[in-house]
Design a protein around this ligand. Structure first.
Ligand SMILES: Cc1cc2nc3c(=O)[nH]c(=O)nc-3n(C[C@H](O)[C@H](O)[C@H](O)COP(=O)(O)OP(=O)(O)OC[C@H]3O[C@@H](n4cnc5c(N)ncnc54)[C@H](O)[C@@H]3O)c2cc1C
Ligand SMILES: NC(=O)c1ccc[n+]([C@@H]2O[C@H](COP(=O)([O-])OP(=O)(O)OC[C@H]3O[C@@H](n4cnc5c(N)ncnc54)[C@H](O)[C@@H]3O)[C@@H](O)[C@H]2O)c1
Length: 451
């Protein structure tokens, strides 16, 4: 039987949940379909529980800094409080009833199941056929990518999902991939006492970020005892009752657990996008500024390839909601996308890196100021690693990118995000008053080096 509704939302990650609830609250008939948990990866396996782990791990690191600043303290790691917090507060033991209720209270109809697009305005889930008279919204996210390394597929490796659900910190851990997932979880576990090695195929950690960020993180990780192995790939993986052995560049690494954090994958064919004429071999869908990938079919979140972040999913969701409700002037902008890797130091960045800016044109100037040399960084002492890097377009006299690494680096990023977003003239930024002694005064130090 075919049911006619205004809007069908397929996949209820952060963006899908928001679009579905907002359109239902606005009076449209909305069916929201979710295969796993309403809210998606972020609350159950990603942002929220990982940041709870990091918060707990950072409290251990702070305690270990007491001897440099304030006497002595003994920090004895115990993973149980954070494992319990993840169960009780973040995920309600991986139960999404509250989120389902919230959607239904907004007026939506919820269906649990894996849906497929079957035509320009039709969706199938189980034996139900739905016709959407106003829009189909896709927010199906990603799954962990598992590289074809001999021996890996048959082994009991962890992805972010199992790592988040861990009840104890492993005695030892090998992390494949030194991107944001690998970096954040490697540091969280080493601070809980695990022996950790990170294997990154590229020649540096966080290869999408500025090289200064990679160098800083390598230095901090090495100091904390993490084995950093870059520019090497795992050739073979073996698992026996005792744990994992990984062959890497002629050496062998061994550990109780193996975390695969080598990126994400998207199944556009499985989602049925050939039925609306799209090339399903692409890595991502290609939305227009209103997030449409076909007439009346919208996409939000990781599948758009505009930045795999919850804030991107929510930003795009808001645009889709407004467009469906009749605001035809709304359009997405991507020149000031902020991102924060929540290591300690936090690595915040916005807009273009230096390399990306130079690819766009020759009128580029950069400036770097070190956090430990700023007044606040010097006062802070233990744990003060960090820097501010600015990337300027000298023709326009504006910042087109910036990195803020350091204690609270993600918070310091906010003023740089505003400057890049608003294209504030550098001359005006130099005229601003910066409170003393804050971490963000290092931004002023960097600005003074720019023409
Ligand atoms: C360990 C980790 C930490 C992270 N930390 C951060 C962070 O600190 N900050 C940040 O901004 N981002 C972070 N991210 C990224 C963030 O989790 C994602 O960008 C975010 O979840 C948004 O994804 P999404 O909206 O595309 O959908 P997702 O959250 O991926 O949700 C998509 C949903 O669609 C469902 N689905 C898929 N296919 C179908 C189908 N055919 N039918 C029905 N349902 C379907 C899935 O079950 C899923 O629930 C992190 C990611 C990881 C892995
Ligand atoms: N704080 C945050 O906002 C946050 C945190 C975690 C993840 N995320 C987002 O989630 C997405 C996924 O993160 P991720 O870290 O899993 O993916 P990623 O693609 O960013 O990084 C994966 C890393 O693994 C490396 N790699 C790939 N194959 C490998 C192999 N066989 N051996 C060794 N290394 C290999 C890659 O070179 C890359 O550096 C990202 O887009 C990220 O932005 C965001």
């Amino acid at each position: 039987m075919t049911e006619q509704v205004d809007v069908v939302v397929v996949g209820m990650g952060p963006g899908g949940e928001a679009v579905g609830a907002d359109l239902a609250a606005a009076g449209l008939s909305v069916v929201g379909i979710e295969a796993n948990l309403v809210g998606g990866e972020c609350p159950y396996y990603a942002c929220i529980p990982s940041k709870m782990m990091i918060r707990a791990a950072n409290s251990l690191a702070e305690a270990r800094r007491v001897h440099e600043l304030a006497g002595s303290a003994t920090a004895k790691p115990d993973f149980r409080p954070v494992a319990e917090r993840i169960r009780a507060e973040a995920t309600t033991d991986w139960d999404d009833q509250t989120a389902v209720d919230r959607f239904e209270e907004a007026g939506g109809r919820f269906v649990r199941g894996r849906a497929q697009v079957t035509g320009p305005n039709t969706v199938r889930v189980g034996d139900q056929e739905l016709t959407a008279s106003r829009a189909i919204v896709l927010n199906t996210g990603t799954d962990p990518a598992v590289p074809p390394i001999p021996g890996l597929a048959d082994s009991p490796f962890w992805t972010n999902r199992e790592a988040i659900a861990a009840e104890t910190a492993p005695e030892s851990l090998i992390v494949l991939g030194g991107g944001p997932v690998g970096a954040e979880l490697a540091q969280a576990f080493v601070r809980f006492g695990s022996r950790v090695d990170v294997v990154e195929m590229a020649d540096r950690l966080l290869p999408s970020d500025e090289p200064e960020s990679s160098r800083l993180l390598t230095e901090v990780f090495t100091r904390e005892g993490i084995g950093v192995h870059t520019g090497v790939a795992a050739e073979r993986i073996d698992h026996d009752g005792a744990g994992f052995t990984v062959d890497v560049g002629g050496n062998q690494l061994s550990a109780e657990r193996l975390l695969v954090a080598t990126g994400r994958q998207i199944d556009l064919a499985g989602l049925g996008l050939a039925s609306i004429g799209l090339d399903t071999d692409r890595k991502f869908v290609e939305p227009d500024p209103q997030l449409r990938i076909a007439d009346s079919v919208y996409a939000v979140g990781d599948i758009t390839g505009k930045g795999a972040f919850t804030h991107m999913s929510m930003y795009q969701a808001h645009i889709v909601t407004r467009h469906i409700l009749g605001d035809h002037d709304v359009a997405a902008e991507y020149h000031a996308v902020p991102r924060v890797t929540f290591t300690d130091p936090e690595i915040g960045a916005v807009g273009l890196t230096e390399v990306q800016a130079r690819e766009q044109g020759p009128a580029v100037a950069v400036a770097v100021a070190q956090v430990p040399s700023s007044a606040r960084g010097w006062i802070h002492k233990a744990g003060n690693d960090g820097f501010i890097k600015l990337v300027a377009d000298t023709d326009q006299g504006i910042l087109v990118g910036a990195t803020s690494a350091g204690p609270h680096g993600g918070e310091v990023l906010s003023m740089l995000t505003l400057a890049v977003h608003e294209r504030t003239p550098i001359s005006r930024l130099k005229e601003m008053i910066y409170a003393y002694p804050t971490f963000h005064r290092a931004v002023e130090d960097a600005l003074s080096q720019l023409p």
